[in-house]
Design a binder for this molecule. Sequence first.
Ligand code: FES
Ligand SMILES: [Fe+2]
Length: 445
Amino acid sequence: MTAESKRSRYSAEYDVPVRGDQITADRYITREWMALENQHLWPKVWHLGGVLAELEEEGDVIRHNFGKESVIMVRQAPDETGHAAVKAFYNTCPHRGNRLILGDVGGAPRITCSYHGWQFDPDGTLVHVQDPEDFSGGNPCGKVKLAELRCDTWGPFVFWCMDDDVKPLHEWLAPFPERLAGYGVENWVRVLNLSADCEFNWKIIRDNFNESYHLPTVHPEVATFINDGLPSTLFEMYPSGHNSMWMVGHQATTRNDYVSGDVPPGLYEAAEAWGIDPKQYRGRTNEIREAVIKAKRERGPALGYTNYKDMSDQQLVDYFHCTLFPNLTLTMSPEQLQILRTEPHPTDPEKCVFQHWCLYPPVAGMKEVVTPIGNVPLTHDAVARHSTYGDGVSVGFVADQDLSIGTSQQQGLNSRGFKGCLLPDQEKRVQRFHELLNDMVRGKP
Ligand code: FES
Ligand SMILES: [Fe+2]
């Protein structure tokens, strides 16, 4: 190996310089930082609120609790063209502030407050109050509305945003709607809906998803079928603030010699799954990736993978990790979309909520899918659960490993001896994340 091949690789087209701001511990620990994020960061970004599959009928509602905030998304009546929009409202009653919706999903012709029984149409209009004649300004029905916020959809997802000046959703998501178009995720099914309360700041896992430096140490098992070698992995950083990482799949890491011997476990099963005899690839295991591309093109459509035809070769076999600023990760492969994110705790900067959703394409005849927690029926929210990390309930095999470092990192960051991060080049996305955060939270220098 040459010295050059041990350096990280950034896209020539999508790279940005960083300033080198020091990343100190206060941002992970203090209430001051948390308050600044609540004021300057979270209102200024789009938030993934839920999946459209839960909003089929007029009046269907999903709730998204975020920190101290709570937002509801409500399916509207269809217009003349048959299109039914979704609106988002703050989950608070305009009478005296009671939270309106107390469950994660629901549906009724009217939203009814459980305190004094005020009722609202799905479009947020107040339509019923007790004692309407007793208001000196006249009956408020038809005049008062729920506080609305921006709402839009992309693929199978609903998003909301608290600020009117943030770019429209599809621009804000750039370049991903275009980059991900070939996967055809619109009708994919959310099979896993897992979440957990965690004992660390939300940015700890954001940093982790902004680097692949931890793969050999935290996820050693994936080394035989995901090539995390530095010259092979491609990092991109976009003007939008989002970034991505292309990891070569169906190929072992180039950090060790997995090529000259037998096909290693993991890669072995991946080849067999596509009718490839791994024994034929002894001494040239790195050629399996090409063979899988060929097999997927030939056999995929007959197996029901109708989306393969719109994908590039790279999309067919590699892993595309899309990390959106500030807190959303989409990990794409042709047969699985993982949503991974952390959200702040309502009051404690040293806690967060971790969420892991897995979506799968609806393949004709397929009853079950292999998920990060085992085989699960291919149905909406086949497993939906909330746990406390550390109680032994899995949030997914690889995600469990990621979370396993969170608590001890939070503890270490509290030490007087920690003076700020020291990053290799391959962690430039971590550096950029914190510089974007600094610009938003403290203002541009
Ligand atoms: S607070 Fe909602 S009806 Fe009174
Ligand atoms: Fe990881």
